[in-house]
Design a binder for this molecule. Structure first.
Ligand code: NAI
Ligand code: MG
Length: 491
């Protein structure tokens, strides 16, 4: 660790002075069943077909999970329809809120179990699942519980009505958190839900099913079906679903958009990104370096709003890169359950292959690759934090989402050039701007075609703050009062 000693960055030396002793989070107390099916109409049901979910840090199977076919999806939609017609849509907002608050509190009570299982099933560092994913998931339920009896105030003077059955499909990068982002606003607005977790990370969703069951939510209000793309497609194509909410790849998002075209299904899509993290020469450089690290190495870079393109002002490029490369050499890559781990396991073998392929493309196109030489475990899916310099706008690694711990660095001279380069992708989900000058920060932020712009920080989330994209990053907002709209008819 910390081999690249340089006197100009002395104040950032940590790894040179000591090694961290292992600090494993115990997992003895978590109970993982041998099989998880689906949660339909308030019951846990099995299906014939099944698949395994594995631990990406060890490559070992964790448990068996049922795979829902069209018939099973239909059963879930019928349960959701019946719960909507007979009960949920007629319930007072104040009463809906009580259930949602209860779910929020129970997530808090079971936070330790949920965090450990999230890290085992998906590979993210325990520090992140413990301090970010699980608390935020609970916070989303708290936040939307608060809206349930105040919908008339969210849209003053308008008549608001729920839609019916919401079909929701979520990805593997923030499994429980994405379930919360989808389920909480749907329930608050009086809709019922059929949701499908991602096939590599179904476990915390099934723990959420247990919480929902224990919370006494009326049967059928939330239904959870497991499976891969075909199960997701069966939800999208079901005639009796009124709304589709999808988070995932742009390719699948486009496919979904085509398949709901010509129907009266409402649609929101939260797709990929290629966020620019823009560092001006008047920024606090050490703080910005932390922001760059957080922007791209948080959750192994499996983040749709990751700051995966660093735009650094040309006159400070050397200093920023020197400090960044040095900081990277102190990153701890490895066991997700170790509390010191900064970068955990890549979520799946497929994702690891995708990352390697795009890194290969970067090398082939002539960009300069830097890796700090961190030690990484021999088994499991791991990828060393990587930075590419000498990247140009036309490089594949400057345009395509890598969804891994890989940063592409470009330079600029003027604010206008920064804006133009930042906007020059098919995406528009998130950006960061670092500057000491408030006026510059706000002018640049206002010119970025991006759903979220962070100023002198990165990857900050709050349930009260709307999140969503421009262009091929999708449409519709999640979070905040804006996040109610996709689940309501407002007249
Ligand atoms: P994906 O888009 O295939 O998976 C996301 C979800 O969609 C999963 O639950 C999956 O089962 C479901 N799904 C797949 N095909 C479907 C279909 N035809 N109809 C309905 N649902 C379907 O993403 P994948 O293959 O896991 O990752 C590929 C790339 O997508 C990543 O490398 C990354 O660039 C991007 N991605 C972006 C995410 C984001 O948060 N915006 C999340 C996950 C992936
Ligand atoms: Mg897994």
């Amino acid at each position: 660790m910390g081999k690249k000693t340089d006197t100009s960055v002395r104040d950032l030396l940590f790894g040179d002075t000591w090694e961290y002793a292992p600090a494993p989070q115990s997992s003895d107390f978590v109970d993982i069943d041998d099989y998880y099916g689906h949660f339909i109409g308030g019951e846990f049901v099995e299906s014939e077909a099944s698949f395994q979910t594995i631990n990406p840090a060890t490559e070992e199977p964790i448990t068996e999970v049922g795979e829902a076919d069209e018939e099973m999806v239909d059963r879930a939609v019928r349960a959701a329809r019946s719960a909507y017609d007979n009960h949920w849509s007629k319930l007072d907002g104040k009463e809906r809120a009580k259930y949602i608050y209860r779910i929020a509190r129970m997530i808090k009570e079971k936070a330790r179990d949920l965090a450990v299982v999230e890290s085992i099933d998906g590979g993210k560092p325990i520090r992140e699942s413990r301090d970010i994913d699980i608390p935020l998931a609970s916070a989303h339920f708290f936040y939307y519980a608060g809206w349930a009896d105040k919908l008339d105030y969210a849209f003053p003077g308008a008549d608001v009505q729920s839609l019916g059955v919401a079909g929701q499909i979520i990805p593997w990068n923030f499994p429980l958190l994405m379930a919360a982002w989808k389920i909480a606003p749907a329930l608050a607005t009086g809709n019922t839900v059929v949701i499908k977790p991602a096939e590599t990370t179904p476990l915390t969703a099934m723990m959420l099913a247990e919480i929902i069951d224990e919370a006494g939510l009326p049967p059928g209000v939330v239904n959870i079906v497991n499976g891969a793309g075909a199960t997701g497609a069966a939800i999208v194509e079901h005639d009796d679903v009124d709304k589709i909410a999808f988070t995932g790849s742009t390719a699948v998002g486009k496919h979904i958009q085509r398949s709901v075209a010509g129907t009266d299904k409402k649609l929101t899509l939260e797709l990929g990104g290629k966020g620019a993290n823009i560092i001006f020469d008047d920024a606090s450089i050490d703080q910005a370096v932390e922001g760059i690290v957080d922007g791209i190495f948080f959750n192994q870079g499996h983040v749709c709003c990751a700051g995966s393109r660093l735009l650094v002002q040309e006159n400070i490029e050397d200093e920023v890169l020197k400090k960044l490369e040095h900081r990277m050499s102190s990153l701890v890559v490895g066991d997700p359950l170790d509390k010191n781990t900064d970068v955990g396991a890549i979520n799946s073998r497929e994702q690891l292959e995708r990352i390697k392929e795009l890194v290969g493309a970067g090398e082939a196109e002539g960009a300069e690759k830097f890796q700090p030489g961190c030690s990484i475990p021999e088994t499991g899916y791991f990828f060393e934090p990587t930075v590419f310099t000498d990247v140009t706008q036309s490089h594949q690694i400057a345009q395509e989402e890598i969804f891994g711990p890989v940063l592409s660095v470009l330079t600029f001279r003027t604010p206008d050039e920064a804006i133009e380069k930042a906007n020059n992708t098919a995406y528009g989900l998130a950006c960061g701007v670092w500057s000491d000058k408030g006026s510059k920060l706000f002018r640049v932020a206002g010119a970025l075609k991006s759903g979220v712009v962070w100023g002198n920080t990165y990857n900050q989330f709050d349930p009260g703050s709307p999140f969503g994209g421009y262009k091929e990053s999708g449409f519709g907002r999640e979070g905040g009062a804006h996040g109610l709209l996709p689940y309501l008819e407002v007249r």
